[in-house]
Each structure stands twice: as structure tokens, then as C-alpha cells.
Design a protein around this ligand. Sequence first.
Ligand code: 8YV
Length: 322
Amino acid sequence: MTRVLQVGALKPALAEQLVATYDADVLPTDDAARDAYLAEHGEQVTAVVTSGRFGVDRALMERLPGLTAIVSFGVGYDTTDVAAAMERGVAVSHTPDVLTDCVADTAVGLAIDVMRGLPAADRYVRRGAWPTGGDYPLTRRVSGARVGILGLGRIGIAIAKRLEGFGCEISYHSRHRVDGSPYDYALTPVALAEAVDLLVVATSGGPASTHLVDRDVLEALGSDGFLVNVARGSVVDENALVDLLLSGGLAGAGLDVFADEPHVPQALLDLDNVVLLPHLASGTVETRAAMVRLTLDNLESWLARGELLTPVPELLASSARG
Ligand code: 8YV
């Protein structure tokens, strides 16, 4: 018997298909109703569909002893406890590749916006400041800038390729040096930040990368340096970021992600040299449709053949070892 459970709010197109095809349940959000659902049906649930925003933690897995797979929408899956899933033999999938281009496009957009001050200049025109204020202050050149990519995975590479087209000099830091990469490898995030004008964060989230961009890294980037983050808010020490932006220790930041979404620190809202986006990097009609499709295809393939199309890397690594 298959019982599919939706955990967290999902795109309507995905949620509707889950009901139409699998007669899926939705885990209630109210604590008492959730508890009652799990007590009554938890043992029958065989597959969970969720997203990177919600995920499945260890405590929820314990309430789902018959669970065989967690199918997650989004490339990032730091909200799902993959170690707990692996201990239980629960498979986990995500939706890589289909969103790479749009996320990379957004990173480049943020870089241009923040370095050239485009949103701030737009505000200048709109508030009628141009006729009296005259020429807008000079901004910083993107073409030819030295760019550091933190996390040279699929998305990091796509960002680097785009910025190569701008004549940028690319270097990177990743957990491991990437074989055959044409870009210079920096041994540490601090060394990378010291060497560049723009640091782009494109690493995956989760405990291993929490505050990888700490105060030291931001200080190394310095008062002429810019930060762009399209990864996870948890990767950057947001308090240190705010301090340095306020004190002039950093030139500016373009952020699609925050430590406590959807809440953005007031200090950031008050600054003119930051560009703030509501976690929209993959949010195009085309890419979201492809993400919905890949999520459904993973579920279908798991239920029909016991195979995930795009398992998370930890699972791939353990099957390669085993
Ligand atoms: C998703 C994202 O919209 O894929 C990711 O990791 O951050 C976004 O593209 C989000 O995860 C959905 O919850």
C-alpha cells in the first residue's frame, strides 16, 4: 500500500498533482492536528513530498516508521536530516540542474545591481532627486572585476561561465579543488575574499557551511568588496554582515537569502547599498514547472521501480562506496 504525505506548503501545480494521482494527504500545520494525524496514519506513510523550505527532520521520521523515500522540491535540502534518513534506509531526492541557469542569472543580476547601484539609482529618479541632485555618484565596474566563487558546484560553475563573458577574473574556494577547473583555487574562504572585488556565495547550506562566510571573511573582502549570496542565509554571519555594511567595512551586498526568512533585519532595509530579493532565484515560470515535473518524476520512479532519478549526493556517495 502506498500512502503519500505532503509536508509543508508546495506549489499549487505540485500539490494538485499529488492529490489527483496519489490521493496524497497533507500534514496538518496545527500541532494538535499534526499529532493526531501522525498517531492515526504515521505508520502507513511510505513517501513524503516536501520542499527545501520545510524538509523532514529526525523527529518527524521517527513518527513515520514505514517511510521509504523523501522527495524534495528544490536543489537545497538542508532542512531534511539526510544522516537520519540514511540510518533508516530512507532515500532522498532533490531537483538539481533544472534550476542552475535561473539561479546563476539571478546571481549575475545581483552582482550588476549592487556594484552599479541600479536599484538605488532607480529610487533616486523615482523620488524626483535627479533635477536637483544632478549626476548620480559613480559606481563600480563589473566587467573585468576579480570574482571569487564560494562553492564551485553546478551553480557556481554556471555563475563563473557567465562572468567570464564579462571579462572577469575568476577564482574559487570549495571543500575540494575541482579537477580540471580553469579557475584559481584559494585554500580558504579568507584567502579567496582577500583576492577579489566580489565574493559570490553558491555553496550548499547545512551544518558544514554554517557561517562559512564569517566576520573574518567579510573583513578580508574589505571596504571596496561586494558580497552576493544566492545559497542559504545560514552560510553568512548576518550580524557581522550588517555591522560591516553599517560601518563602511564592506561596499555592498546583493542578497536573495537570509538567516530567518521571510524576516530581513531592519538595518538592511534601511541601507541603500544593498539589494534585497525575497528568495526568488529559481522563480521563473519555466524553471518552476521543470522543478515540479522533476519532483513528480522522482516520486513516480520511486513508487514504480524503487529508483530515484536525482538522489541527493550523500546517497550517491554511499551507494558508490557500498
Ligand atoms: C526553491 C531553492 O524555491 O532550490 C532551492 O534550493 O532555494 C529554491 O529554488 C526552494 O528551495 C523551495 O523551497
